[in-house]
Design a binder for this molecule. Structure first.
Ligand code: ACO
Length: 331
């Protein structure tokens, strides 16, 4: 049975930089509060009119160039997002159109911050059974247009950024290389701890003036509850992956945790006993880009030469749902 190798990585973030000081002009917050609680210094937000599909095309083009293959070798697109360009159809088909890949399947995944890990799990299974040989796996988000920029929404608005990361996955027979295993989970009992209530198909119309006035279109979160679960589930998922392979945390060369909050990543790092040089964080510059955090961070880590052939890469995520999961990849 072939394994799934990551043969190319790419990312795209909007040019517009929004600093904590910028946010403090629109809502009652401060650079100090944001840095202390989240580690975030700035994030990228789109200009009006930018689409997720456009950002995804750019990230995919970089990933394909790095892989050294033409787009027409791609057999399928798997795309994770919680902020689709439209209610339906999914962003995947708009990306497919941008890439001119008519006919290949496009699967949009709604696993929020865990979208990349869920997508890797699905794409890896397709590749291992031989259904597809080359798959574009994408995480893309435009969070900024969905945030409440008044003081009412400050707990959420300071956290999120826009961007896209993509990888090219391809079947390989090279011994020891590729995705070793993926482990995904969910617990819907906590669905409303981090969610956006509207638009909703429960009731007519999908979104009402009352909804808009009450701000039900904005994401809401019980921050401490999310924090508590994230710092438990993420190390647990890493251990699950390591145990499945008979490995220990010492074997990890690079951990890329979902970039929810620097404090969460630091606690996960501490619980796993990993040195600073074995964990990649970039939330300081991009904020939380949900499904895009892991592939953006991975593309940056590759650019910086942080991964060498044979290294053990671990990715782990936790997010709304709750959903969480991990994967081990031999680079
Ligand atoms: N600026 C200034 N003050 C703020 C802000 C802000 N942006 N947001 C909230 N506050 C205020 C609150 O109103 C509250 O004021 P009060 O004491 O007068 O009532 C005070 O700060 C403390 O609020 P808490 O919510 O208790 O702050 P906490 O220490 O829990 O930090 C945070 C909030 C950073 C969101 C934290 O709960 C957290 O990191 N949670 C994890 C969730 C997370 O990172 N989610 C990301 C998305 S989900 C994901 O990707 C997994």
């Amino acid at each position: 049975m072939p394994r799934t190798a990551i043969i190319g990585t790419g990312f795209h973030v909007p040019e517009r930089v929004v600093t904590n000081h910028d946010l403090a002009q629109w809502m009652d917050t401060s650079d100090e509060w944001i840095r202390e609680r989240t580690g975030i210094e700035e994030r990228r937000w789109v200009e009006d009119g930018t689409t997720g599909a456009e950002m995804a095309r750019r990230a995919c083009e970089s990933a394909l160039a790095q892989a050294g293959i033409d787009a027409d070798e791609v057999d399928a697109i798997v795309l994770g997002t919680l902020s689709p360009d439209h209610f339906f159809p999914g962003t995947g088909v708009f990306l497919q159109r941008e890439l001119g890949l008519d006919g290949i399947p496009c699967l949009d995944l709604r696993a929020q911050c865990t979208g990349f890990v869920y997508g890797l799990s699905v794409a890896d299974a397709w590749i291992r059974v031989g259904q597809y040989r080359t798959i574009l796996l994408v995480g893309v988000e435009i969070q900024s247009t969905g945030l409440d920029l008044s003081t009412r929404g400050r707990d959420m608005a300071v956290l999120f950024g826009d961007g896209c990361g993509a990888v090219v996955l391809q079947a390989t027979d090279e011994a020891g290389r590729g995705v070793l295993s993926t482990h995904i989970h969910a617990d819907g009992r906590h669905a409303e701890v981090l969610w956006a209530d509207a638009p909703s198909s429960v009731g007519h119309p999908l979104i009402s003036v009352d909804d808009l006035e009450a701000g039900r279109q904005y994401p809401r979160m019980e921050g401490r509850e999310v924090f508590k679960h994230a710092v438990t589930r993420m190390p647990e998922a890493v251990h699950e992956a390591l145990d499945a392979q008979g490995l220990t945390a010492d074997d990890i060369d690079l951990l890329i945790p979902h970039q929810a909050n620097l404090r969460i990543s630091q606690m996960v790092q501490k619980r796993l006993g990993l040195a600073d040089d074995r964990v990649y964080n970039n939330i300081q510059r991009y904020g939380n880009t949900t499904a895009a955090t892991i592939p953006i961070a991975l593309a940056e880590a590759v650019e910086q030469g942080r991964l060498r052939r044979g290294d053990l890469l671990c990715v782990v995520a936790f997010g709304s749902g709750f959903t969480w999961g991990s994967a081990l990849i031999r680079w």
